[in-house]
Design a protein around this ligand. Structure first.
Ligand SMILES: C[S@@+](CC[C@H](N)C(=O)[O-])C[C@H]1O[C@@H](n2cnc3c(N)ncnc32)[C@H](O)[C@@H]1O
Length: 428
């Protein structure tokens, strides 16, 4: 980044301050206009810089520690973190140090720490990339690391942290033909049928975007629809549908799709996505609990959750959140499952899924649903689809997907899913 990169750096610093200090998520800040004052090129730069700083935050802090007698105020700490990220990715030291000294100096309360910022960043510049690379993979913040270790063990969590640090490749779901999409985009077809591109670029510039041949969807997120098998002609309700990746899959499979989401803004994206790929669905902006049409052959419930399975792409999450909101989400998932079951016709199937790494939002929800409804059946056979490893199947009959799976292929999002079959003589 050139010396002229100050606006992008100041915005990256602002993003870090809001995420680590005010608990705001990156996508909320961007939707709220955090990047609008920047030129196009600087927008991408600011977002990339903040994302890289969050991904490497624990390592940056460990690199800074020997040079700090005590932790400075957040304004300074975040400037130092961004400085570390830039210096250790090979940016010219002079420009980086000057920029962050200026950012620290512009704040009256931290003005006096310009000298410290200058001195520390010069030492980091001396360590350079070699100093960065010799440090361990960044650890997940303790509030989340603890339950993950309890659920999956230390080795698995280390694998997840390596995946979070590596970030995510770009996965596409083909409307009809994965091989043709792979050929056109230079990607490869994964064992579960998604197309993976290792090189990142502008999505809308990829072949097939304009013609709607595919949509962006993580390989793990594409699996919940696949376990429904052939959906041709089935009446399927997508109860929490936005931005619509799964609704598009269902429509592409020939289902008669009803898509519900309580967010009008996010539902507009479902409509845009449907239009781009030339598919149709009935869309309703509604709270799932207020939607009472019954008689569906299948309901897909991609329930609101902690989203801890998406940290590869959203490294802001462990720093913006502290787990305090998760209890309410877990309680809501339970009642949503029961509401969704009530909308199925007798014998209908519910796919329950969450992009979470926490068993309370997956395995435990299904165990408890089976206990609440003794006639409910879990359909293990449905999970027998291409690309699923037997060790991903869980005791209660669901499927656990984790970021540390497929390490040689580039990982996958964390996800949980299970197929529940309502008995022919229905309960409510
Ligand atoms: C995990 S996202 C769904 C992703 C979507 N299924 C896809 O594949 O693109 C969860 C969605 O649930 C919606 N949501 C949250 N609470 C809801 C409620 N009570 N009723 C309906 N939608 C809700 C959110 O607006 C959000 O779009």
């Amino acid at each position: 980044m050139k010396q002229t990169g100050l606006p992008a750096r100041r915005t990256a610093h602002h993003l870090l301050m809001e995420i680590t200090g005010a608990g705001r998520l990156m996508h909320e800040l961007i939707a709220g206009g955090a990047l609008t004052q920047l030129a196009n090129e600087d927008r991408a730069r600011a977002q990339r810089l903040a994302t890289e700083a969050l991904r490497g935050l624990d390592r940056a802090d460990r690199m800074l520690k020997p040079y700090l007698k005590k932790t400075p105020p957040d304004h300074v700490m975040n400037a130092l973190r961004l400085g570390v990220i830039e210096l250790c990715s090979g940016e010219a030291a002079h420009g980086v140090v000057n920029a962050y000294v200026e950012i620290v100096g512009r704040n009256k309360r931290t003005q006096a720490m310009k000298g410290l910022t200058n001195a520390v960043l010069r030492k980091i510049a001396d360590e350079g990339q070699a100093g960065w690379e010799k440090r361990a993979v960044p650890l997940t913040p303790g509030w989340l690391r603890q339950p993950l270790v309890a659920a999956w063990g230390r080795a698995a969590v280390a694998g997840m942290e390596a995946a979070h640090f590596a970030g995510a490749p770009l996965d596409l779901t083909a409307k009809t033909d994965p091989d043709a999409v792979a050929k056109a985009t230079g990607g490869t077809v994964l064992p579960t049928g998604s197309v993976r591109l290792m090189a990142q670029g502008q999505v809308s510039a990829l072949p097939g975007y304009e013609t709607g041949d595919w949509w962006v969807q993580d390989a793990a997120a594409a699996i919940p629809v696949k376990v429904l098998g052939d959906v041709t002609g089935l009446k399927v309700l997508d109860l929490c549908a936005a931005p619509g990746g799964k609704a598009l899959q269902l429509a592409a499979g020939g289902a008669d799709v009803t898509a519900v989401d309580m967010s009008a803004r996010r539902m507009a994206r479902v409509s845009e996505n449907l239009a781009r790929v030339g598919l149709t669905a009935q869309t309703h902006v509604s709270d799932a609990f207020a939607f009472e049409t019954t008689g569906f052959d299948a309901v897909l419930l991609d329930a609101p959750c902690s989203a801890t399975g998406t940290i590869r792409r959203h490294p802001d999450l462990p720093y913006a959140k502290d787990g305090s909101e998760f209890g309410a989400l877990i309680a809501q998932q339970e009642v949503m499952i029961d509401h969704a079951l009530g909308l199925l016709k007798p014998g209908g199937r519910l796919v329950f899924c969450t992009c979470s790494l926490l068993p309370d939002e997956g395995e435990v929800q299904v165990e408890e649903a089976l206990a609440r409804h003794p006639d409910l059946r879990v359909d293990r056979d449905a999970l027998n689809i291409p690309g699923i490893a037997p060790e991903w199947l869980t005791e209660e009959g669901g499927l656990r997907l984790r970021p540390d799976y497929w390490p040689d292929l580039g990982g996958m999002d964390g996800f949980y899913l299970a197929v529940l079959t309502k008995p022919p003589s229905a309960f409510h």
